[in-house]
Design a protein around this ligand. Sequence first.
Ligand code: BES
Ligand code: MN
Ligand code: MN
Length: 466
Amino acid sequence: MSAAEYVRQNRDRYLDELKDVLRIPSVSTDPKRAGEVRRAAEWVRNRLTRAGCTKTTIYETARHPIVYGEWLGAPGRPTILVYGHYDVQPEDPVELWATPAFTPTVRDGRLYARGACDDKGQFIIHVNAFEAHLAASGTCPVNVKFLIEGEEEIGSPNLEPFISSHKPLLACDAVVVSDTAMFDKKTPSIVHGLRGLSYIQVDVRGTARDLHSGTFGGAVINPAFALAHIIAQLKDARGKVRIPGFYDRVRKLGTRERRAFQKLPHSDATFRKSIGAKVLFGEPGFTTLERIWARPTLEVNGIWGGFTGEGAKTVIPAEAHAKISMRLVPDQRPKEIVAKATAFIKKIAPKSVDVTVQHIHSGDGWLAETDHAALQAASRAVKKAFGKTPVFTREGGSIPVVATFDRVLRVPSVLMGIGLHDDNLHAPNEKIDLDNFFNGNEAAAYLMEELGSGFSKKSPDSRRNS
Ligand code: BES
Ligand code: MN
Ligand code: MN
């Protein structure tokens, strides 16, 4: 029996096992759920053992554990490192879920649950594929290491130090990640670029305490106004970021890549309708895909202060706050961007308020050449499983550890995602398409075969990231 046949015969069990792990509310940002996060780590470790790993370890960190597993029974063959994350985003707003977030439910060929796509339903395809190879033939075409973390959704604070201090443990010939989306259901894709991220919080303080807006209004600064004034100056009316030097290191988009983007089956009208927007808006001179994939941006993620409850309260708030993130592209440097943004915000801030800028987390963007042998192997594997040659795309989202793998381990990363852009990641009714899940299991099995045979260990790597 081939591994692909084994995968097909074990569909139902693979679905049941995914449901099992989806029942665990491993929300990494919520301190009250640290026990659930640990329970998910233990589930992953047991799953790796059952799949056939000969060694599994749970590494403690300052917060959530890292799960490691390995099977090195194919000496002389390449070694792949499968990365994924078992932590998930919070489920709120809970009232908008059709079925509860941690009660996995199949409807219309999709499995609904928090983490179904991001990332439990994606990293697991490689565990399933590995098990299938061992079960079907007693061996696996590649050596396999699994590194499944529990802090991706909070910026992987403990993973980079772990990678840097465990280089021999993690040594490999290629990294494999499934934590991205396909271009659309009919267009499988391999992702070769991700945006980086710098996340900050701006805190504005005016007076020692909240004030009656009648007794004091008109005579003191209102921090909400001061914050609005700051935010209004971060971008110009056309959507260009106004922070001096923000675009300094942005790598130019080449004509070849621009043409490749244009060939993709993208429609602005369909895209606009799919998100319920009145108009599309962004940096002049770039298409929608260029804006999302190859240009940096700045967004306000949240803004609060003063009275936001029902009814009215006449008050001048003592403080106002905003969460602001900047998506970055190669070769922007997150630390430098944070410094520039901080300096600019302080400079434009009204002098009548105190403004502090906190750095929450940052990660590098990543861009790889598409002609690397590992990416070509992935392309063949996807073709076999999905029946279509995948396109190469970039993503606007961030998986900062991919740049870390590039920099520290110096090997190519293969991003073979099986999500869809309407899978509602981080939102109510997250789901995974079951065709994609089942085909994904097969693609992962083929990927191991392709990397085991058609992938030269000696081939020059595709690093281009600085
Ligand atoms: N899997 C996502 C990244 C992603 C989303 C890639 C959509 C491609 C398409 C990942 O779990 C994520 O949410 N990343 C965060 C960054 C992280 C540092 C919190 C993001 O992109 O906001
Ligand atoms: Mn993810
Ligand atoms: Mn996520």
